[in-house]
Design a protein around this ligand. Structure first.
Ligand SMILES: [Zn+2]
Length: 148
């Protein structure tokens, strides 16, 4: 494939790294080296937390080649805590469980397999942030169901 390109994309895909504009302080993701706000150079690496919330989403039933195994899958627009919007697959969640505003975090997962030799590409996906204590509290505070 394109080794140089794969290498360059590496920090974006595995660590979710953006850039800060030295001119106006805007936080960019994906890195583009030039600030869209003020057109000044933006080359200072900036590690993103990998946390955000679902801004919008869609369920893909007819995937492109290489993604068949994973269909149906959910592609969401994630609003990161730091502000940028990025699109990514969701994982560890069923389509009917997803909602706008759902807190999510980045995880590294298999993205797809290429060709019959099964070269596996890893990258980031997002999954719901597990809040066991909150969920447990919500369960216990719900009124008991009354059989009619
Ligand atoms: Zn700027």
């Amino acid at each position: 494939m394109y080794p140089a390109r794969t290498w360059r994309g590496r920090s974006q895909r595995y660590r979710l790294e953006g850039e800060i504009c030295e001119g106006c302080g805007a936080r960019l993701f994906p890195p583009r080296d030039v600030c869209p706000e003020c057109q000044r150079p933006a080359r200072t690496p900036y590690p993103l937390s990998g946390r955000g919330e679902v801004y919008s989403y869609t369920v893909v039933y007819e995937p492109p080649a290489g993604y068949e195994e994973q269909a149906p899958y959910i592609v969401a627009l994630i609003k990161l805590e730091e502000g940028p919007l990025i699109s990514a697959m969701l994982t560890d969640v069923e389509p009917e469980e997803v909602y706008i505003g759902m807190p999510v975090e980045m995880v590294t997962r298999v993205l797809h397999r290429q060709g019959e030799h099964g070269v596996i590409a890893y990258g980031y996906k997002f999954r719901p942030i597990l809040r066991r204590t909150t969920a447990a509290a919500a369960m216990s505070s719900q009124p008991a169901k009354v059989a009619v």
